[in-house]
Design a protein around this ligand. Sequence first.
Ligand SMILES: NC(=O)C1=CN([C@@H]2O[C@H](COP(=O)(O)OP(=O)(O)OC[C@H]3O[C@@H](n4cnc5c(N)ncnc54)[C@H](O)[C@@H]3O)[C@@H](O)[C@H]2O)C=CC1
Ligand SMILES: O=C(O)[C@@H]1CCC=N1
Length: 267
Amino acid sequence: MTIALLGAGVMGSTLLAALVRSGHDPQDLLVSDTSAERAEEVSRRHGSRAVPAAEAVAAADIVLVAVKPQDMAALVEEVRDAVRPGALVVSIAAGISTDFLERRLPAGTSVVRVMPNTPALVDQGMSALSPGHHCSEEQLELARGLMASVGRVVVLDESHQDAVTAISGSGPAYIFYVVEAMIEAGVLLGLPRDTSTELVVQTLYGAATMIRETGTHPTVLREQVSSPGGTSVAALRALEDHKVRAAFLTAIEAAAVRSRQLSPPPD
Ligand SMILES: NC(=O)C1=CN([C@@H]2O[C@H](COP(=O)(O)OP(=O)(O)OC[C@H]3O[C@@H](n4cnc5c(N)ncnc54)[C@H](O)[C@@H]3O)[C@@H](O)[C@H]2O)C=CC1
Ligand SMILES: O=C(O)[C@@H]1CCC=N1
């Protein structure tokens, strides 16, 4: 199975590394980037082949597109004539609909829209897949298998993709932000930075593992930490005073709005 990866940036190279880890022959992975240097550097690292975009697409069973939404129209224009009949086009670009791609690709091209996230780098990714009009069950399974090699997968109606982008696509950024803030707070309280980092990271890992392994609702888990009249409720009250919950709602809504804005207007 030959896979063309178009765009070898943060997410493209993360997926490339994952494809190699999951047993794809690196020689069957053709990498293209407008920065030829980048495509070559990434390919040197993973054993894949750096190839111009149209050439990669002409040889590919799966075309995995990982360029920014703003670069998508130009890229599709560049490669459309090279897409093989029966090839599957998988796009991970925020805000780019299957309809946008189907209108620009040869008639009948199978498309799957995916929103992954960066924890794919450590095989703990979360991907949401939405098939286009011409995507068969078999092709959807192919895309599912591709993304399942880097974490969990859900298949969702495309109307949910802006919400997915705002929750799990951008989600790691919010979590890292909270982690940064907690580490800084530890330093404020006099802890050495590396100690504070270790305390915060293990607490995050432990809390995430508890949510997953116990299946208990986060509210109940939070209540278990909050002794009456104790330290946790004192902190949680300050978070409520600063409207942190409302800030999360507003922030995530802003991400979804931005995802919609990244959708090019209809022709
Ligand atoms: N970074 C993230 O956490 C996530 C990103 N995404 C999506 O993945 C896509 C890529 O994002 P990043 O990797 O963060 O961006 P990036 O800027 O790191 O990578 C994009 C790459 O595409 C290349 N490129 C641009 N035009 C090209 C063309 N015509 N042909 C070949 N390569 C071309 C650029 O040179 C760059 O190396 C975006 O559409 C984004 O919405 C989706 C989920 C998570
Ligand atoms: O920030 C972005 O636009 C991309 C999409 C989801 C995560 N990163």
